[in-house]
Design a protein. Structure first.
Length: 455
């Protein structure tokens, strides 16, 4: 059957222009899927749905390959944009956090924080204390490291599936390095705008986290040692960390080597997704799909007062947030709409990030649907909070003096900021540990005071 479709497409290619070929292929794919759906509705639902999904992806890959043959220059330009984005932004921003998280998990600090901060994280977010480590990393690094560490916690049975889905949904954030440097300085040439976008971004995700504590409240999964974790203490936290270190049989050099190797592998995986989706966006823009998607978004956003100039940026941001943010900052829409659009794009994060997160959790039982739905809610909340912040601060043009970039690309600034935000991560981690110790001391004092009164 595939040979038949391929020969048909080659016949059309000899007689048609490239755009007509792509449109013809699209029609063939749609008609094929509809025919198979109509033919197999009466068959076994679960197995047939799986077959149909796999066939659809097969046809989509054929469509992608044929598009690359028709538009080789577009493919090269898209791949080049994706490679520059990964090498100049993602790689230097995430590599230190990936290596640090691998080392800290190997040395038992995550287990230490899990026992120590259980009485704090459980009432607030209904997640185990180990989730505090994911929060510290997720709020100081960026996508998709929260999903990666959540998958590790789940594989080590430090959280249930429902708890992992809660953690993954509100600990995945855009990097502060990206928002305050790349977006604010590089795209808007105004550092103060970065604080508005970042503040709304984090506040909306924390709001989402507080709401998600009610998700899956009837979770019946119980993990070993759950009861002991609820009776946490500083001594027990240290004992847990020491026990993890005793069970770690690898020498320090091997641990560090594995951390670097695993981090590089994850970053190469992320780079592949970024390049792939950069090519897809270029192809979709060339065949007019992004423009059509922008018109569909206009149906919902025009009544809200959005300018039509911002719709192509939102359409591109649906797939990849960096490209969408850049298009929004370059659009002819009012500045407040540009900022709100960037806030929404960063909260949604793009299908590219969704695919990266899916690859991180592929070997666990964590489901993607709660993550995708939470990104929709995060997008709406971030847009609303960003708009309120813009109205509250007054005209954005007068917010602060524009940054002087000297005409240099914004990616050059990353080298100066990367170490700074890594140390912020360390400080935040230390602050969470100190908070847990203080909470435990207060808790012990209250117990002593209560026992003294009883006597």
């Amino acid at each position: 059957m595939y040979f038949f479709y391929f020969s048909l497409l080659l016949t059309v290619a000899d007689k048609c222009e490239g755009t007509i070929l792509v449109l013809t292929m699209t029609i063939v794919i749609i008609l094929t899927v509809l025919a198979i759906l109509g033919r197999n509705l009466w068959m076994q639902a679960a197995q047939r749905r799986n077959d149909i999904v796999r066939l659809f992806w097969t046809l989509a890959v054929l469509f992608f390959v044929a598009s690359m043959v028709v538009y080789p220059r577009i493919v090269f330009e898209g791949a080049l944009v994706g490679l520059k984005t990964w090498w100049n932004i993602v790689f230097p921003a995430l590599l230190p956090f990936f290596i640090a998280s691998e080392l800290l998990m190997s040395f038992g600090l995550v287990h230490f924080m899990g026992v120590l901060l259980e009485p704090i994280m459980r009432p607030l977010f209904n997640v185990p204390g180990a989730g505090s480590f994911i929060m510290a990393v997720g709020y100081t690094s960026g996508y998709p490291i929260g999903a990666m560490i959540t998958a590790k916690l789940r594989s080590q049975l430090l959280c249930t599936r429902i708890e992992a889905e809660r953690l993954m949904s509100f600990t995945n954030n855009s990097s502060p390095l990206f928002m305050l440097v790349a977006v604010a300085v590089g795209m808007f040439n105004n550092p103060a705008i970065g604080f508005l976008i970042a503040g709304a971004h984090y506040l909306s995700n924390l709001t989402l986290g507080l709401a998600l504590r009610f998700y899956g409240r009837n979770d019946r999964e119980r993990l070993p040692g759950t009861t002991a974790r609820h009776r946490s203490s500083i001594k027990q936290a240290f004992s847990t960390m020491i026990q993890v270190q005793r069970n770690e049989n690898r020498p320090v050099g091997k641990i560090m080597g594995d951390a670097v190797r695993n981090s590089m592998g994850n970053l190469l995986n992320i780079g592949g997704f970024i390049i792939l989706f950069a090519v897809i966006i270029k192809l979709l823009d060339t065949i007019g799909f992004i423009g059509a998607l922008a018109k569909v978004l206009g149906i919902f956003l025009l009544p809200l007062g959005f300018s039509p100039e911002i719709f192509p940026a939102l359409g591109s941001g649906l797939f990849e947030m960096t490209i969408g943010s850049k298009l929004a900052s370059d659009s002819a829409a009012p500045l407040i709409q540009q900022v709100v659009a960037v806030g929404m794009i960063l909260a949604w994060s793009g299908i590219s990030v969704h695919a990266q997160a899916a690859s991180m959790i592929s070997e666990t039982d964590i489901r993607m649907l709660p993550f995708i739905l939470s990104r929709v809610v995060h997008c709406v909340l971030a847009g609303l909070y960003t708009y309120i912040a813009c109205i509250w601060t007054g005209p954005l043009e007068d917010l602060a003096a524009p940054a002087s970039t000297g005409g240099l690309p914004y990616t050059i600034s990353f080298a100066a900021y990367n170490v700074k935000y890594f140390f912020i991560f360390i400080i935040l981690l230390a602050a969470l540990i100190l908070l847990g110790i203080i909470f435990q001391m207060i808790y012990r004092m209250c117990l002593l005071f209560s026992s003294f009164r009883i006597r």
